[in-house]
Write a protein that binds this ligand. Sequence first.
Ligand SMILES: NC(=O)C1=CN([C@@H]2O[C@H](COP(=O)(O)OP(=O)(O)OC[C@H]3O[C@@H](n4cnc5c(N)ncnc54)[C@H](OP(=O)(O)O)[C@@H]3O)[C@@H](O)[C@H]2O)C=CC1
Ligand SMILES: O=C([O-])CC(=O)C(=O)O
Length: 267
Amino acid sequence: MLHITMIGSGAIGVGVLELLENDPQLCVDAVIVPEASQELVRQRLAGFRKAPAVLTALPAEARPDLLVECAGHRAIEQHVLPALARGIPCLVVSVGALSEPGLVERLEAAAELGGTRIELLPGAIGGIDALSAAKVGGLESVLYTGRKPARAWLGTPGEQVCDLEHLGEATVIFEGSAREAARLYPKNANVAATLSLAGLGLDRTLVRLIADPHSHENVHQVEASGAFGGFELTLRGKPLAANPKTSALTVYSVVRALGNHAHAISI
Ligand SMILES: NC(=O)C1=CN([C@@H]2O[C@H](COP(=O)(O)OP(=O)(O)OC[C@H]3O[C@@H](n4cnc5c(N)ncnc54)[C@H](OP(=O)(O)O)[C@@H]3O)[C@@H](O)[C@H]2O)C=CC1
Ligand SMILES: O=C([O-])CC(=O)C(=O)O
């Protein structure tokens, strides 16, 4: 049985807990959330058969087998860095945070200090294995196109490009490097950052973001070419009801990764 501590208990966290309820090999003993939402989360999780403890930080004596982050960018600084330095293996879903200059190096240093590893999860996107393998032979180009329902871009600089509430047709709201996409659209930067880290890096990975009033899905497209040949991927992700900015595949990606740590065969 693997003992897991989870950071965050929002759309992804609760989705993961629901799927792990009856898993005999994986047990989430505790969730870490901000103090202000501790009581609400306790109530939210009270109905679970294996309700985890709700904490605001990892206790000094705690030694979970795995720490899985499903929270947000600040949680990496607050909880993941210190846990790595203490030797606790970490799985991270807020990969967009790693576009902040210097954070990758700090995570590497903390993991080396603790003699452990950090695993970046594919989340809402697929094909990361192929892209990262293709990089070994040499990549020439990677273009990522992210298409979401127009309203999913409310609260982003997309609001200055077009009237998202009354959009008649699909509109490109951003074109540029993954680095610039992460700066301007930090809450939608996970897929672009993951593709960049696996492939050509933040400056050479090209990103196009589209607001589509006719779409009810988060559509991720990747076109890559290099010495290996080429691939085109279209992933039509169903949004989570609890947070339409997040694709359901992200929850399954976390469950898959945790299962791979517990089961005899990993795939
Ligand atoms: N890699 C990928 O493909 C994807 C990654 N993501 C990323 O996953 C993360 C979670 O997404 P989602 O579940 O939809 O988000 P939600 O907003 O639904 O949930 C986030 C949860 O994390 C908690 N939280 C926020 N900051 C901290 C912190 N510093 N320490 C502890 N807990 C914290 C929140 O608490 P409170 O309510 O109090 O703020 C809440 O419980 C986001 O960073 C998102 O960008 C999302 C989709 C795809
Ligand atoms: O589709 C998703 O779940 C999230 C997404 O686009 C991103 O964060 O890059």
